[in-house]
Write a protein that binds this ligand. Sequence first.
Ligand SMILES: N[C@@H](CCC(=O)N[C@@H](CS)C(=O)NCC(=O)O)C(=O)O
Length: 220
Amino acid sequence: MPGRSYLLRKVSGSARRAFSSTSAMAAPREPIKLHGFTLSPPFRASAMTCEVLGIEYKTQFIDVTSLEHRKPAYLKLNPLHSIPTMEDGDYILYDSHAISAYLCNMYGKDNKWYPTDPRQRGIVDQRLHFDCSVLGPSFKNMAIPLLFGKQIQPKMVEHVKESMQQLDKLLGDRKFIALDWPTIADCHCSSTVISIQVSLISISSNFPTTAKINICFCPY
Ligand SMILES: N[C@@H](CCC(=O)N[C@@H](CS)C(=O)NCC(=O)O)C(=O)O
């Protein structure tokens, strides 16, 4: 039976090999491919992450109005049919928050956009999860009827208002949503907020603090 140190050496050896095969690189070998459409906040957030990191990317337009994202070609890439999906060579990833984190881990030139310090990263992750589970879904709920020309229910607007109130609390009187400088959490939250603002002008005037993050930061 092998000794403990032999097993430890073996495990750390494979961990090192696994790490070295995926360790950070300067730039992708070919442009990152992002499948989606620009009206989609998570798509724009992933595109924004490419832009701020200076990564070359190209957009593969997906027409959700003709349900292209539910067709076999797209489902082969992403069985969850969500938008966006990223292709980096033969590596495929979906969920925009995971995509942004991956791009920073893989191609980030410094630790500013997605800090490696556990406490700073913890705050950034909290904001990303907030966008993924609270802010984004409240908008998506309302966006689907909007996109297909249907009536929005008052409870959908109420839901958006509540999530904006929570975002306002997170932002306080600071300029950026997570830290004292912009991070990928700003890409994601500001992208969702700008879609909310465009869709519901009446709501956004009630949230002057939140409105500020877009004006300061959002390049779209
Ligand atoms: N958490 C996901 C949400 C993605 C999402 O819901 N995107 C919408 C477009 S904005 C979508 O895929 N809608 C079509 C569907 O869910 O089938 C992400 O950040 O990528």
